[in-house]
Design a binder for this molecule. Structure first.
Ligand code: CTP
Length: 414
C-alpha cells in the first residue's frame, strides 16, 4: 500500500533545465501508489524526452490539445485529477496561469480543474526576482495555489542564487500534505455533526434607501461553512450575503440583513447545533427609528440615534450547553491579542479567532486571512497569511479537537 494509492495526479512539466528532476518526482509519486498523468509542454520536450515519462508514469505523455485520443484532453485530465503538480514551472507558465491564458494543454488543464494545484517554480535568479514574476506568484498564492520553492543553489550555466527547483523529496512531501489536507480529501470527520455558521456584515436600515453597514464580505464565514459541509457536517449558514454563499447538498443558507434578524435565525438553530461559529460582523448599534420614507436632503444635517443590538455571541456563551463548541471572531485594529483574550472570557466562548483587520490582505473583503487563535484551555495558535479556505480548515481542526477533549472530560467526570 502506498500513501498515494488511488490518487490521480497530473504532472505538468515545463521547459527549464530542472525538467530532468521531474523524472524523479514522477517515479516517487508512482512508487507511492499515485496514478500519474504526465503533460509536457513544447519547451519541456527540448530538455527531456517523452520516452522517459512514457516508461515511468502511469499513462503515456500528452503534449497537445489536438493530437490526443480523447477529444477534450484538458477537461478529461482536469476533472479527474485529485491534484495538479507543475514541476518545474517557468516564468511563462506562471504568467499564463495567473492571467487565465489557455496557451497549451497544460495551461488549459489548469483552467479546467477544481483540484488543488502545486507549482514549483525554477528559473534564473534575475527572472525569479523580476517584479512581474513576484506579482504573479503573490497572486497565485492568494488564489490558494501552493508554491513550493524555489531554493538557493547552483543554477544552469554555473550561476548560483535563488531559483533552483526544490528537491524532489520536498516536492513529494508537499503533494502528500495537500492531498491529506481537508481541502480535497475524503475526510469526513464532521459526519453526524450539526454546524451553525454566521457570515457577512449586518445592514441596519436608516430608511428604505440607506443603511449602516460594515466592510465584511462573508468570505471567511462561507469558507468555514463549505469546509464543514465537505467534511460531512450538516451546516446552516446564516448570512447577509446569500448570493455569494457556496452551495453544497448539506449546506442550508438562511438569508438575513439586520443584527436582529441574524439573532433570531441563530437563536432558533443554536440549541441543536454541535458547533456554533460566529464569523459575522454584527453591528453593535442600530438606528432607534427607521424612516419608512426616503430621508430627504436638508441644510440642517442629520442626527441618527442609535441603540445597542443584542450581542448574539455573548448571549449564546452565557447559556450554551456544556457539550457545544462556541467559536467567536475578534476583528481588531489594535492590541489584537489583549482584546481577543478579553473577548474569549467576556463572551464565554471556547475559541476566539482574532484578526488584525488593518493589516494588508487580512480580514474584510480579502481572499486571504491571517489570525491568532486563543482557546479556553489557554492554547495560542498562529495562522500565517493563507487563503480563507485554509484558514477555515485550521479553525475547524482546532474546534473539533476542543470538542473531542470536552466530551472526553465530561465522560470522565460522569
Ligand atoms: N458579535 C455578536 N453580536 C454582536 C456583536 C458581535 O454575536 N452584536 C460577535 C461577532 O460575530 C464576533 C464577536 O462577537 O464573533 C466579536 O465581534 P467584534 O465585532 O470583534 O467585537 P464586539 O463584540 O462587537 O466588540 P468591539 O466592537 O467593541 O470590538
Amino acid at each position: 500500500m502506498g500513501i498515494f494509492d488511488g490518487r490521480r495526479i497530473v504532472l505538468g512539466v515545463t521547459g527549464g533545465i530542472a525538467a530532468y528532476k521531474a523524472v524523479e518526482v514522477c517515479r516517487r509519486l508512482v512508487d507511492a501508489g499515485a496514478h500519474v498523468s504526465p503533460i509536457l509542454t513544447k519547451g519541456a520536450e527540448k530538455f527531456i524526452g517523452r520516452a522517459t515519462f512514457d516508461a515511468l508514469a502511469s499513462e503515456k505523455v500528452q503534449t497537445s490539445l489536438w493530437e490526443e485520443e480523447h477529444p477534450i484532453p484538458h477537461t478529461n485530465l482536469g476533472q479527474k485529477a485529485d491534484l495538479i503538480l507543475v514541476c518545474p514551472a517557468t516564468a511563462r507558465l506562471l504568467s499564463d496561469y495567473r492571467t487565465g491564458r489557455s496557451a497549451d494543454l497544460l495551461t488549459a488543464t489548469l483552467l479546467a480543474t477544481r483540484a488543488p494545484v502545486i507549482v514549483c517554480p525554477a528559473m534564473h535568479t534575475e527572472m525569479w526576482e523580476q517584479p512581474s514574476v513576484q506579482e504573479n506568484i503573490k497572486e497565485l498564492i492568494q488564489r490558494g495555489v501552493e508554491i513550493v520553492g524555489p531554493e538557493e543553489g547552483r543554477l544552469a550555466g554555473g550561476d548560483d542564487g535563488a531559483g533552483r527547483l526544490s528537491d524532489p523529496v520536498s516536492i513529494v512531501a508537499a503533494v502528500e500534505r495537500v492531498l491529506n489536507s481537508g481541502l480535497n480529501s475524503q475526510i469526513q470527520d464532521f459526519a453526524g455533526l450539526q454546524v451553525l455558521v454566521s457570515a457577512g456584515g449586518t445592514k441596519e436600515p436608516i430608511c428604505p434607501v440607506r443603511y449602516i453597514g460594515n466592510r465584511s464580505s462573508g468570505k471567511q464565514g462561507h469558507a468555514i461553512a463549505i469546509e464543514a459541509a465537505t467534511r460531512g457536517a450538516v451546516v446552516t449558514c446564516v448570512t447577509t450575503e446569500p448570493s455569494q454563499s457556496p452551495q453544497h447538498p448539506h449546506l442550508r443558507v438562511v438569508a438575513v440583513e439586520t443584527a436582529d434578524e441574524m439573532a433570531q435565525a441563530v437563536f432558533s438553530q443554536a440549541a441543536k447545533s454541535d458547533l456554533v461559529i460566529m464569523a459575522a460582523a454584527v453591528a453593535d448599534f442600530t438606528p432607534v427609528t427607521k424612516s419608512d420614507k426616503k430621508i430627504k436632503k436638508s441644510e440642517e444635517g442629520l442626527e441618527i440615534h442609535l441603540e445597542p443590538t443584542v450581542d448574539i455571541l455573548a448571549s449564546l456563551g452565557s447559556s450554551h450547553n456544556g457539550k457545544q463548541i462556541l467559536v467567536g471572531f475578534a476583528a481588531e485594529t489594535n492590541d489584537l491579542e489583549e482584546n481577543a483574550k478579553k473577548k474569549l472570557n467576556t463572551k464565554g466562548v471556547d475559541l476566539i479567532v482574532a484578526n488584525d483587520v488593518s493589516e494588508a490582505n487580512v480580514g474584510f473583503n480579502h481572499d486571504t486571512n491571517a489570525a491568532v487563535l486563543f482557546d479556553s484551555t489557554g492554547r495560542r495558535t498562529e495562522l500565517p497569511l493563507a487563503d480563507k479556505r485554509h484558514i477555515a480548515q485550521a479553525i475547524l481542526d482546532i474546534a473539533l479537537k476542543l470538542r473531542v477533549d470536552k466530551h472526553r472530560e465530561i465522560g470522565e467526570t460522569q
